[in-house]
Design a protein around this ligand. Structure first.
Ligand code: CTP
Length: 409
């Protein structure tokens, strides 16, 4: 991998100490890291520790004659293959959203060209994060193509608890690699469906299911980490958009199908969504009222399109089409029948229970699962593992199949 120039902007938050680890990890994988500290950032980490770890000067001042002669602050952004702001405080987010350039960090962000990938890792107190003004600023930045990673939910340094913690350095590194499209799947595109679909009965009621989207989102993230250009089409879930993926939010199966068609053609398709098989034939424009003494209004159902089957049979069929199957009995046999019926290459089959032996823990929303990988020639039982590990193992198998020369390199 050629050496990449990463510009890291550290603004003033307690999470700044984690950015020192990020510098180390970036250097370890061979990247050149230039670091800009805001005045707040300097309160939490010193220019000395930053430059000792990065091996270059820490940039702190817009008006430093020495820095300007040696580097020139605009060159700092021009030479960057990617910019990561970690931690990104509410203040720096607000300044970037408004185009304020009153210090080195905000000036560099304003002077950054559209084609330079920028990743923000927000970190702040929960109330600051949840404040509508911060949320509006985040939406503004996202609309301009800036990617967000985190924040995570948990205990905060200030003693409160909730969303606001900066993502761990390892997560930031993966997101950055995904953003730069490095890895063995570089040059390949993937579509992943995830989550449930909601089929409206009227403006307030719908038919849905318990899918959490954890497996589909983990797969999208794992594919992006290995360099694929990923479009994630997701139904309503309470998960953050995975870093490095283009995420499309839909509600109904028909909308999911349209979003998938719009993202086609692709090299890999993974249908992990729990698409509702049926939808109400008519969705009322107004809320259906209950009338005293009368039976409930009947809901007539009609079939939804089978997205997996349509992808498998499309003219531009992806090289690899993968489906999921959830069964309550004769797991392998039924999954194999489904694989043939839907025309996909592989099926990951799981029982309704995450642990096949004990029949406890329903798989919906669980963090781990026991699955079979079923292909035309093979069926393998994988030991119980987390949905993230399943995603990584499945992506490793995809690499073996699609990029055998990269496998084991
Ligand atoms: N799937 C899809 N579109 C649908 C229904 C399912 O893309 N309308 C995909 C799912 O994403 C999953 C696979 O098909 O990858 C299996 O879905 P499942 O609901 O288990 O299969 P069904 O067709 O409903 O079969 P059965 O009701 O017999 O279980």
């Amino acid at each position: 991998m050629p050496q990449r120039n990463i510009l890291l902007i550290v603004s003033g938050g307690i999470a700044a100490y984690k950015s020192l680890d990020l510098i180390r990890n970036l250097r370890k994988q061979g990247d050149c890291v230039r670091v800009v500290l805001t005045a707040g950032g300097e309160k939490f980490v010193t220019p000395l520790s930053v430059s000792a770890l990065s091996g270059t000067a820490a940039y702190t001042d817009m008006w430093s004659l020495k820095d300007e002669t040696e580097m020139g602050h605009i060159r700092l952004t021009r030479e960057a293959d990617a910019i990561i702001v970690a931690p990104a405080t509410a203040n720096l987010i607000a300044k970037t959203a408004c185009g304020i350039a009153d210090d080195l960090a905000s000036t560099l962000l304003l002077a950054t060209r559209k084609d330079t990938p920028v990743l923000f890792a927000p970190a702040m107190n929960t109330a600051m994060w949840e404040n509508p003004v911060t949320q509006e600023n985040i939406e503004k930045l996202k609309a301009r193509g800036i990617r967000m990673i985190g924040p995570e939910t948990g205990d905060m340094a200030c003693g409160e608890s909730g969303p606001g913690r900066m993502s761990e350095p390892e997560t930031l590194l993966k997101a950055l690699n995904a953003l730069l499209g490095s890895g063995p799947l570089r040059g390949l595109s993937a579509i992943v469906t995830s989550g449930p679909t909601f089929e409206p009965i009227d403006p307030v009621r719908f038919i849905g299911n318990r899918a959490s989207g954890k497996q589909g989102h983990a797969l999208a993230a794992a594919l992006a980490t290995q360099g694929a250009a990923v479009t994630l089409v997701t139904g309503p879930v309470s998960l953050p958009d995975p870093a490095g993926c283009a995420t499309v939010h839909i509600e109904t199966a028909a909308e999911m199908k349209n979003a998938v068609c719009a993202a086609m053609p692709c090299d890999i398709a993974v249908c992990a969504a729990a698409v509702a098989d049926w939808r109400p034939e008519h969705s009322a424009n107004q809320k259906i009222k209950k009338t005293e003494g009368e039976p409930p209004a009947p809901v007539t159902l009609t079939e939804n399109p089978d997205i997996l089957a349509e992808i498998s049979r499309s003219k531009n069929r992806p090289k690899l089409v993968i489906g999921f199957s959830l069964e309550t009995q004769d797991l392998v046999e039924n999954a194999n029948i489904k694989r043939r019926r839907k025309g996909c290459d592989w099926i990951l089959a799981n029982s309704v229970h995450a642990n096949a032996d004990t029949n406890d823990t329903p798989v919906f929303g669980a963090d781990s699962n026991t699955v079979y990988l079923i292909t035309e020639t093979n069926q393998e039982l994988w030991p119980e593992m987390s949905k993230t590990k399943i995603a990584e193992a499945l992506v490793a198998r995809m690499i073996k199949t699609l990029r055998p020369q990269a496998d084991g390199a």
